[in-house]
Ligand binder design. Structure first.
Ligand SMILES: [Zn+2]
Length: 195
């Protein structure tokens, strides 16, 4: 079968040409756990592909992450997303931030995410931040996999961008995420109808 090499769906369902190119003031650094590499259902990768001002690094692939160049980027306020920080993004929190935000987003299962946040925050002296409670994800896979407060990485990033005043980019990210879900659901239906 002819599959797209990137989203791994058949060409009729491929959504790669629909992925937006969003330019944001906020910079996002995705820290992908090695076990997520090559997983087509990984939403962090979709978010990274959609955001021009983003980068992605792989954690746990045997290379020494302590050698990564400094994560506190000049001209940005660098924060790392945590599931349990005492600092929660709020209007008051945002008032105290004077520079554009560089958000470091660990992407793995709950345990991996927590461990990466702890190690990176310590190694690079990053401030942790949590998002306000969000409704649980309707992404069925994510309910089992459970990343940031029970929502997928792309949902967490969309929420963060909204809170940082980048509502348009947030809406477009949610849109492409829904497109991806619809396409995967279509695939599920066509697979089950074959049985
Ligand atoms: Zn594709």
């Amino acid at each position: 079968m002819d599959l797209c090499s990137i989203c791994q769906l058949i060409k009729d369902l491929c959504y790669c040409h629909l992925i937006p190119e969003l330019d944001t003031c906020t910079r996002i650094s995705f820290i992908l756990h090695n076990s997520e590499l090559g997983r087509a259902s990984n939403t962090g990768y979709l978010a990274h592909r959609s955001l021009i001002n983003s980068d992605m690094r792989v954690f746990g692939d045997g290379k020494d992450w302590r050698q990564w160049q400094q994560m506190n980027l000049a001209g940005y306020e660098t924060l790392i997303l945590s599931s349990r920080s005492s600092h929660v993004v709020s209007p008051q929190f945002m008032q105290a931030i004077e520079k554009p935000i560089h958000l470091v987003v660990p992407d793995g299962n709950w345990r991996q995410g927590h461990s990466m946040t702890r190690k990176l925050a310590f190694q690079f002296g990053l401030r942790t931040v949590s998002l306000p409670q969000m409704p649980s994800s309707y992404y069925p896979l994510r309910r089992r996999h459970n990343e940031q407060n029970g929502v997928s990485t792309i949902e967490a990033v969309a929420k963060a961008l909204d809170l940082f005043g980048e509502g348009d980019a947030s809406a477009r990210l949610n849109e492409i995420f829904k497109t991806m879900l619809d396409r995967w659901l279509c695939l599920g239906h066509s697979e089950s109808s074959k049985r």
